[in-house]
Design a protein around this ligand. Structure first.
Ligand code: ATP
Length: 934
């Protein structure tokens, strides 16, 4: 390791200071994690120093760290991350789980039970709270591990420079983002996630999307500029406004850069901000639904306690009994296992989806997939094969022209050379593919004396790419070649090239590109513009994707070129491409339509090409809206437009990344649950704006990072699988909530009624708890149940009103039969007489209740075989049987004593059989009637 001089602004050798002049911290990032003001001061300090000074302070070089150095730093970084914080993380996890409303209810109940001098009950209720926390922690850890494994399948990598040893040159290496260490020299390219807090060393046209930090959707320009003098420190300048810094969490929109990592992982500004900001409200519709139900139940628990106290005739019952009864009611209402069941069903759903080639990065996204009713997708690779082939090269009069092809190829060739990270662009590839195929091809095309000067790389806002070339022997002159969307290049042209006329100005350079042909440039009149637009529209309507190609020869500039230089161009002509419709698309689209998912096409392409592609894939395009129109369209009009009553497919063409996000936002406002399928940098804002962002494994890092779900292949039928699985998971989750809430409310109603009719409590709190627990465990089996085809057909969202209707019908039904059972116990079992009458009654009620719940589980899980419901899965049948057997054996088991149960007399058998037969038959009858009416 080279040592830095004492005078180094970053402190003595071997130290990384977080703040110039502050206590140094070792490069492994150990020590307390910095808060926002500290990361701010540290990063501002780095931004204020010249790049070389930063590199020396971090004991690295512009050629990157040596492999050994990087390894050592990584080991220390990992040790710091795992040590010390693991216990803290577990405690934080426990605190989060314990803050669950249902756990809090149990804690309150346990305390109240202790106050009523029932220590055994208090301990048991308390244990249940602990058990519920531990089980949930275990399940969430498992879920977290599974999610981490899934995420690992889509790992984001960073390009760093590493040296074999100190004397070697730096070599580019792809490493997972977690392996970037302070001192690493990082290369940035379009589509990259910024992997750490970085201080730029150099940059070309670098623009970074900082919306994650700032909410500002316009990308910010970044540069490494160092004026040679430290500016006076200004703590008020936000870090994201510092052009020398690229912050973790942001992403590269265009241009390239090289930077040194100054802070990584939990020591970054982004991580400090996250620690600072409390967790937001749950995002998904299902989360919101579960929360609504949870809080409704908790409100009911709170209301039930005073009601229960009223029911216990204050004068007659001792206060401790009254309180105990109130506790029983509250326990009966609480679905203790709800959070656990939700996590379990989601984890199972995610695992099933992975087998189908759908990787879920965020567990609740499983439900969102099922709830999705609108899919926004671009056209390339979704409706088309994404295999572009060059089909035509035309001059301004629409005649075949070799010159256009040569200029376009020069643009593509040098764009890849100047911005290597942009290589692989499908249009450029198609141009250069063709080149390779040419007999005797111009593989040596650029040898026409050109060399690269600068580039203004392609981006989706400008929809064009420019290269600046210079030719040997033509010092002082630069040649600009621009190609891009016709609507975006034509307005920048003031002349058009026509044949034939000599053009001496371009001389040899021009000859090399044009093959020696001579042309004349004439001013572009409004009529001429109209003619060119009509010409390109005509071809676009056939599905051909056209790019305009334009050039300019001008005095060399002594500065970097910028988009503002793309003006005063001469149009040379057009190149056309075809991307054949995907033959599997129509069937997949039909499947999506069958699942109730409407498609909205959102593309950066020409409207006529978009319309043609829609038709070729069996869609009926509706109104086509251009990105430019979108800007002036009021939200209300947009809402109406995206939900056409005639079922046509809305098409948004020539939209930029922010407009894509706006379309998604409008759809969500219109009440839709929106999925966005995209794989480009330009899709990132919309992926983030959607309910469920869907990307593919081959997508750019930024798109994958912005999405919730990653598909193994860009195949709509894989997505259809995912949607079905999401609905299955959702269906089973909803089944649990419905059955649990119905049965709990039914129990409470019968207990309240019984408290008026009986001289004692119908069940003790402990018995209620045992019953709830047994039933909840049996309901975990629902995660593995089959789902009614009807539930898979349409998008599913959580509807609390539907739940309320269901509970209003089936809750009282259960209560009614409970009351019938009470009557029978009272008279037939003669629970009213004898010393053990109360215990006998409790036992009879508990057994009846558990058996009735086993029936409820089997009957209410579906619509019935007659209505096409599949049979219950074996797991559900086994769980119901186990519940019934437990119910029968419980009074004679060792648990009977602690629970206060006694063996039932034989006379109980026909009584129970009678009540249960009546309950089962009525339940099936009412379910069938209810479904008919629903
Ligand atoms: N390499 C390139 N050079 C110049 N212009 C390009 C290049 N690539 C694309 N364009 C132009 O920019 C337009 C928008 O491209 P962009 O990739 O942003 O669209 P998109 O939303 O991904 O479209 P799609 O629906 O086809 O996926 C293209 O229609 C084309 O006119």
């Amino acid at each position: 390791m080279a040592s830095a001089p004492e005078s180094e602004p970053f402190g003595p050798a071997g130290a990384l200071t977080e703040e110039p002049g502050s206590v140094p911290a070792p490069p492994d990032g150990s020590g307390a994690l910095p808060d926002v003001p500290r990361t701010h001061a540290m990063l501002a300090g780095y931004a204020d120093r010249p790049p070389l000074s930063v590199l020396r302070g971090l004991e690295t070089s512009a050629r990157g760290l040596t492999e050994t150095d990087a390894e050592e730093r990584l080991l220390r970084q990992e040790a710091a991350a795992s040590g010390g914080t693991r216990r803290g993380a577990s405690l934080r996890h426990l605190a989060r789980v314990a803050a669950d409303p249902f756990v809090l209810v149990l804690v309150v109940l346990s305390t109240v039970t202790a106050v009523t001098r029932d220590p055994r009950g208090a301990v048991l209720i308390g244990s249940l709270a602990v058990l519920s926390c531990l089980l949930r922690m275990r399940q969430e850890r498992r879920g977290g591990r599974a999610a981490a494994e899934l995420r690992a399948l889509t790992t984001t990598t960073a390009t760093v420079l590493r040296r074999a040893d100190a004397g070697c040159p730096g070599v580019e290496r792809e490493v997972p983002v977690e392996q970037v260490v302070p001192g690493d020299v990082v290369r940035l390219a379009p589509g990259d996630m910024v992997p750490a807090d970085l201080r730029l060393l150099s940059a070309t046209g670098l623009r970074v999307d900082q919306a994650v930090l700032t909410g500002e959707s316009l990308p910010a320009a970044k540069r490494a500029a160092w004026t040679g003098q430290a500016p006076p420190p200004d703590p008020d300048v936000p870090l994201f406004d510092r052009p020398e810094l690229c912050l973790m969490g942001t992403s590269v929109v265009s241009g390239t850069g090289t930077a040194v990592a100054v802070a990584t992982g939990p020591r970054t500004h982004f991580a400090a901000l996250q620690r600072d900001v409390p967790r937001g409200a749950p995002r998904t519709a299902f989360d919101r639904g579960v929360r609504t139900v949870s809080w409704a139940l908790i409100a009911m628990v709170a209301a039930a306690v005073p009601v229960a106290l009223l029911f216990t005739e204050p004068g007659r019952t001792p206060w401790s009994h009254a309180l105990l009864f109130a506790v029983s009611i509250a326990v009966a209402l609480t679905p203790e296992m709800l959070p656990l069941v939700v996590t379990t069903t989601l984890a199972r759903g995610a695992a099933a989806l992975t087998r189908d080639g759908v990787i879920v990065k965020r567990l609740p996204a499983v439900h969102d997939l099922g709830a999705m009713d609108t899919l926004c997708a671009d056209k390339t690779g979704t409706l088309t094969l994404d295999r572009l082939s060059l089909t035509s090269c035309l001059d301004g009069s629409g005649e075949p022209s070799d010159e256009v092809l040569r200029w376009a190829r020069l643009n593509a060739w040098f764009a890849a050379e100047l911005v290597p990270e942009a290589a692989g662009d499908t249009m450029d590839d198609a141009l250069l593919d063709h080149l390779d195929a040419d007999a005797g091809g111009g593989a040596d095309l650029p040898a026409g004396g050109f060399h690269a000067v600068d580039a203004v790389p392609f981006d989706s806002d400008r929809r064009r790419a420019t290269v600046v070339l210079r030719q040997d022997g033509r010092l002082g002159r630069d040649l600009l070649i621009t190609k891009g969307a016709v609507e975006d290049v034509l307005p920048l042209c003031d002349r058009v090239r026509t044949a034939p006329a000599p053009v001496p100005a371009l001389g040899a350079a021009h000859d090399a590109a044009t093959g020696g042909e001579a042309f004349a440039d004439v001013p572009l009149t409004p009529d001429e513009r109209d003619r060119l637009t009509a010409l390109t529209d005509e071809r676009s309507a056939t599905g051909e994707r056209l790019l305009a190609v334009a050039v300019a020869d001008r005095p060399a500039a002594r500065r970097d070129y910028a988009p503002g230089d793309e003006r005063g161009l001469t149009l040379v002509g057009f190149v056309g491409f075809r991307d054949e419709p995907d033959p599997s698309a129509p069937a997949a689209l039909e499947r999506l339509a069958g699942l109730g998912v409407a498609l909205v096409v959102v593309t950066g392409d020409h409207p006529l090409v978009a319309v043609r592609t829609c038709r070729d894939t069996g869609l009926t395009p509706g109104r086509v809206v251009l990105g430019a129109e979108l800007a002036d369209l009021p939200d209300a009009e947009l809402d109406a437009l995206i939900t056409p009553p005639d079922g046509t497919t809305p098409v948004f063409a020539r939209v930029d990344p922010r407009q894509k996000a706006r379309v998604v936002g409008a759809l969500r406002r219109a009440g839709r649950t929106v999925g966005f399928l995209g794989d480009g940098i330009n899709d990132a804002p919309a992926l983030r704006a959607a309910d469920v962002g869907i990307s593919v494994t081959g997508a750019v890092d930024l798109a994958r990072e912005s999405s919730d779900v990653v598909l193994a292949g860009r195949d709509l039928s894989v997505l259809a699988h995912g949607i079905t699985e999401g609905r299955r998971t959702f269906g089973n989750g909803v089944k649990y909530i419905r059955i649990a809430v119905t049965s709990n409310l039914g129990n409470v109603a019968s207990m309240l009624a019984a408290s008026v009719l009986l001289p004692f409590m119908p069940l003790l709190p402990l018995q209620v708890l045992a019953q709830n627990l047994l039933f909840d465990v049996s309901q975990l089996s629902l995660a593995r149940d089959r789902v009614d085809p009807a539930d898979l057909r349409g998008p599913r969202t959580f509807d609390p009103r539907d739940l309320a209707r269901f509970v209003a019908v089936f809750g009282p039904l259960g209560a009614l039969f409970d009351l019938a059972a009470f009557g029978l116990f009272w008279w037939v079992l003669e629970a009213r007489t004898g010393a053990g009458g109360e215990a006998l009654f409790h036992t009879g009620f508990l057994v009846e209740n558990l058996l009735a719940q086993a029936l409820t589980l089997l009957v209410l899980r579906g619509r019935g075989r007659m209505r096409g419901s599949p049979r219950a899965s074996r797991t559900v049948v086994a769980a119901a049987c186990l519940l019934a057997v437990t119910a029968v054996l419980l009074p004679v088991s060792p648990a009977a004593g602690p629970l206060g149960l006694v063996p039932l007399p034989l006379a109980a058998v026909p009584t129970l059989a009678l009540v249960l037969a009546g309950y089962g038959t009525t339940l099936v009858f009412v379910r069938n009637r209810y479904l008919k009416a629903a």
